[in-house]
Design a protein around this ligand. Structure first.
Ligand SMILES: Cc1cc2nc3c(=O)[nH]c(=O)nc-3n(C[C@H](O)[C@H](O)[C@H](O)COP(=O)(O)OP(=O)(O)OC[C@H]3O[C@@H](n4cnc5c(N)ncnc54)[C@H](O)[C@@H]3O)c2cc1C
Length: 488
């Protein structure tokens, strides 16, 4: 039997990675050192692009049925609404923000992994590994202290911000810790003057207080602490912050979780070292402003899994996964920059600057194009890989996405089975010839193209690898040839 991929960490990223690999039929083991699933809510937001990818994987329905569908986010100063950004303009089937506790996300991902026959091995810690020419020799330590040697084809560190895999590789986690902290409470909220399923942010000269719906009767409340050192808040302190910074008349009760947290903005230089990869918080951490951390990590997994599965099947060149780090580090850098800007805008201390900010936001968000642009950027649907080494051809003169851009195909959801790229082209001798040339990489039938005059080569993770005008199909064939032979 071929060596498995060893996924370390069963947080949302490790679970997505393991579920995708298992769905593609790749041998995979996923271990977590904790004896049971984490019950903390932590990340709450799943954005449309992540839902699209979950949909392609066949499991979005369970998420959509479980979470709250937030239709907008609003920004206020006291009782004055400065801006309301609706999500209905997002060009996706999922044109809303799904609010769902991370513990539920992990439960649903684990159920989904189970549908491909996978299961998390808990109480199992990766304690050592050595990368060699043919794979990675890993040491697992079980809860009782017993050791197990695993020969893995690939090791994927999805082991969170304090990643053992990253440290063992000697990788620097370059970046900064912001000189301020936040307090957090999950509690019942009465008297909030916005729809109960919409996030609301209140700006005040002292700082911000933010409300994120978790369920019909509970919200996550987050406030920055200013220059006060990090400390565990109690409900009384949270209520005082809400009274001072909120619109008035809000009562907190029944706290399920009280905590504090600091903000780090860090990223690794290399996502791949030999047969070892990093994904999720192990590779990048940033401010929770914008709610992108978990989403970015899960999208790392969707990017890498199909590439590894194809290489393991001998259907793609071993160099194919090199594109993972190039593509995903670009995305993480942009998210780091966006969330850093958002955090600094929220935390402005100078009162004149705060007034100017409020005015700019109030005037700016009156313009529909700005509201649409911000919603689109938050949604993740604009994420793309313009500099990917896999890109070929051009969409110039065609009505459709360029190489590296997202393309959601109007075809049935992919069932399990080996990953396949899809040709989006009108049925023609040319399209059939391309498919016949690469039967093991391409789905057997083409699906409708965005423009009848062109041919799009779409990756299993829903991004365009190559585009050509009809009659120029050699561009597509050459792109497929490179995937199978690059560097091998
Ligand atoms: C308060 C808060 C709010 C947040 N809100 C949002 C939000 O709204 N939206 C969003 O997208 N993100 C949000 N985030 C960020 C989000 O929680 C993280 O980005 C996400 O959990 C990262 O997932 P992960 O799978 O990479 O790591 P983790 O969730 O940290 O999982 C890592 C797993 O690895 C296991 N592990 C570690 N070392 C080993 C080892 N040696 N062997 C075996 N197992 C190991 C751990 O036990 C753990 O289960 C928030 C974070 C915080 C703290």
């Amino acid at each position: 039997m071929s060596k498995p991929v060893l996924v370390v960490g069963a947080g949302p990223v490790g679970l997505t990675m393991a579920a995708e690999l298992a769905r593609y039929g790749a041998p995979v083991r996923v271990v977590d050192r904790l004896p049971a699933r984490n019950t903390r809510s932590r990340a709450l937001a799943i954005w449309p692009r992540t839902l699209e990818l979950l949909d392609a994987a066949g499991c979005a329905g369970a998420f959509v049925a479980t979470g709250l569908h937030a239709q907008a986010v609003s920004i206020h100063a006291g009782r004055r609404t400065l801006a309301r950004i609706p999500f209905g303009t997002i060009a996706s089937t999922f044109n809303y923000l799904l609010m769902i506790p991370q513990s539920e996300t992990e439960r649903l991902l684990e159920d989904h992994l189970g549908t491909s026959g996978g299961a998390v091995e808990r109480g199992t810690e990766l304690t050592d590994f050595v990368d060699g020419p043919d794979g990675v020799s890993c040491t697992l330590t079980h809860a009782g202290g017993g050791k197990e040697r695993v020969e893995a084809a690939w090791l994927i560190g999805c082991d969170g911000a304090h990643s053992f895999v990253r440290r063992r590789l000697g990788q620097v986690f370059a970046g900064d810790t912001l000189p301020m902290g936040f307090v957090i409470a999950d509690a019942h909220v009465a008297g909030l003057p916005v729809p109960p399923d919409e996030p609301a942010i209140f700006w005040h000269p002292d700082g911000a207080v933010m409300f994120f719906p978790i369920s019909r009767d509970h919200h996550r409340i987050i406030a920055d602490l200013g220059p006060v050192p990090l400390h565990m808040p109690d409900l009384g302190e949270m209520q005082r912050i809400v009274d001072r910074r909120g619109p008035g008349g809000i009562t907190l009760s029944d706290p399920a979780w009280l905590s504090d947290f600091g903000v780090n903005e860090r990223i690794v230089r290399h996502y791949r070292t030999g047969h070892v990869f990093l994904a999720g918080d192990a590779a990048h951490v940033h401010s929770p402003a914008g709610g992108q951390g978990m989403n970015t990590g899960m999208q790392d997994a969707f990017n890498l899994a199909w590439k590894l599965a194809l290489v393991m099947r001998g259907e793609a060149a071993p160099s194919l996964p090199d594109s993972y780090g190039i593509e995903r580090s670009g995305v993480a850098r942009r998210i780091l920059s966006d969330s850093g800007h958002m955090t600094r805008i929220v935390l402005l201390e100078n009162h004149l600057a705060q007034r100017a900010r409020n005015l700019v936001v109030q005037q700016g968000f009156r313009i529909p194009a700005i509201r649409r642009a911000v919603a689109g950027r938050l949604s993740g649907i604009r994420i793309g890989y313009p500099d990917s080494p896999l890109n070929a051809g051009s969409a110039r003169g065609l009505h459709g996405p360029a190489p590296g851009q997202r393309l959601v195909l109007r075809q049935g959801r992919a069932a399990g089975g080996p990953p396949r790229l899809v040709l989006a082209a009108r049925d023609s001798a040319e399209a059939r010839a391309i498919i016949a040339h690469h039967p093991s990489l391409l789905a057997a039938t083409a699906c409708p193209p965005p423009d009848e005059n062109g041919i799009w080569l779409v990756r299993p993770d829903g991004y365009v690898a190559a585009v050509a005008r009809n009659g120029n199909g050699s561009v597509i064939t050459a792109a497929l040839d490179r995937m199978t032979s690059q560097g091998s």
